[in-house]
Ligand binder design. Structure first.
Ligand code: ADP
Ligand code: MG
Length: 358
């Protein structure tokens, strides 16, 4: 609704980007491409998205004064940071549309809620148990069996907050971890392949899929995504169907990514979901007629969805803070590089390279 907008020099739509990370940066660039202005709400002055807008609010995501200031400047809010406190989402929603909706964020923010929600839909997941303390961990380990992975229920990403448990000694080693928050103990799956489905959902109930990507994780962090994934038509359709079922169950708007395992026995299992643009779809910037970011901006601004076509097969490789991949890539004619402009830190996602296979 345009009534929210600080209507200064012109009446162009202002897209509010909540979160200052690389997703917010690429989102802001996509909004600018479509002629929209942007406002970024970031936690730090030097966050990547701050550098591509002339209009940022820097502060804590729970600062209601700042949220109010932000809401007054924008026509719609797109959340790029999944772990925004629900109180802030609800506050913003009083005056402005927030994309995705509260339900998708609420479910995806907590691994226990996420798994229970997906399980209730009748969708296959790795066997898991909820764990709140050391005694429950021991019980869960005997029920689920080892090897297993203990995953923090909240705020984990890129494999952080996860413990691999191979044997009884590994369990004992967790006696003194912080038990203030919940965990999920998940059986280690014999994985043949990992894939992800990214779906775009518009407010008039339409949806469109991006091509399915095949993902290689190293030490819990996405290393490469390849499109198209080498999978059977049957698995492809099944994965798309599950992604759509999950999306509909969450009344979500915008982009939803669903990560899957394909087991060695050929079964499809959901690993996790993200109600936002996904790292495993960054190739869409260079290799599709429309990127996941542009599609999301279109949805948020009430424009029709575009059909998605893969223009060339592609391998996307992440550049992490602790490797050398980022050096000398500017000169490579076949590769399209994106650097996020973050300070290097071990394992931090610094950028990505799309290797086009024309
Ligand atoms: P994050 O939220 O940090 O992305 P994930 O739960 O997606 O964490 O785990 C990261 C990666 O670790 C997965 O993509 C997969 O490669 C591996 N992994 C996670 N859970 C399992 C499991 N139950 N069995 C086998 N591998 C797993
Ligand atoms: Mg993951």
């Amino acid at each position: 609704t345009s009534s929210n907008k600080a209507n200064d020099s012109n009446d162009s739509v202002v897209v509010g980007v909540l979160g200052g990370g690389q997703l917010g940066k690429m989102l802001s660039m996509a909004a600018a491409k479509l002629g929209f202005r942007t406002s970024v709400f970031a936690e730090h002055h030097d966050d990547p998205a701050v550098f591509v807008t002339n209009n940022s609010v820097v502060g804590s995501f729970v600062d209601e004064e700042k949220l109010q200031q932000f809401a007054a400047m924008v026509d719609v809010v797109i959340v790029e940071f999944e772990n925004i406190p629900m109180s802030s989402v609800n506050f913003l929603q009083q005056t402005v549309t927030v994309c995705p909706g509260a339900k998708a964020l609420y479910v995806a923010q907590n691994r226990i809620r996420e798994k229970e929600h997906i399980k209730a839909l009748g969708v296959e997941l790795a066997e898991f148990a909820v764990v709140n303390n050391f005694v429950e961990l021991k019980e869960a380990a005997s029920r689920v069996g080892l090897p297993a992975i203990l995953k923090t229920a909240e705020s984990g990403y890129d494999g952080r907050g996860q413990y691999m448990l191979q044997n009884a000694a590994d369990i004992e080693g967790l006696l003194h971890i912080s038990w203030n928050k919940g965990y999920v103990l998940e059986k280690l799956v014999a994985i043949e392949k990992e894939i992800s489905v990214v779906i775009a959902l518009s407010c008039n109930g339409e949806h469109i899929f991006f091509p399915v990507a095949q993902n290689l994780h190293v030490a819990g962090i996405l290393h490469k995504s390849e499109v198209p994934a080498v999978i059977s038509e049957e698995i492809l359709l099944q994965a798309e169907d599950i992604a759509l079922t999950i999306a509909k169950s969450l009344d979500t708007l915008g982009i939803l990514a669903v990560e899957f395992f394909i087991t060695r026995k050929g079964a499809l299992m959901v690993n996790e979901i993200a109600p936002r643009p996904h790292n495993s779809c960054h190739w869409s910037i260079d290799c599709c007629n429309v990127s996941q970011f542009e599609q999301l901006v279109r949805i948020a601004c009430g424009l029709p969805l575009r059909e998605v076509h893969l223009l060339t097969p592609c391998i996307m490789t992440n550049i992490l803070g602790n490797n050398e991949l980022g050096k000398n890539v500017y000169g490579d004619a076949r590769n399209s590089i994106s650097l996020y402009g973050k300070k290097p830190r071990t394992k931090r996602k610094m950028g990505h390279i799309n290797s086009l296979k024309y």
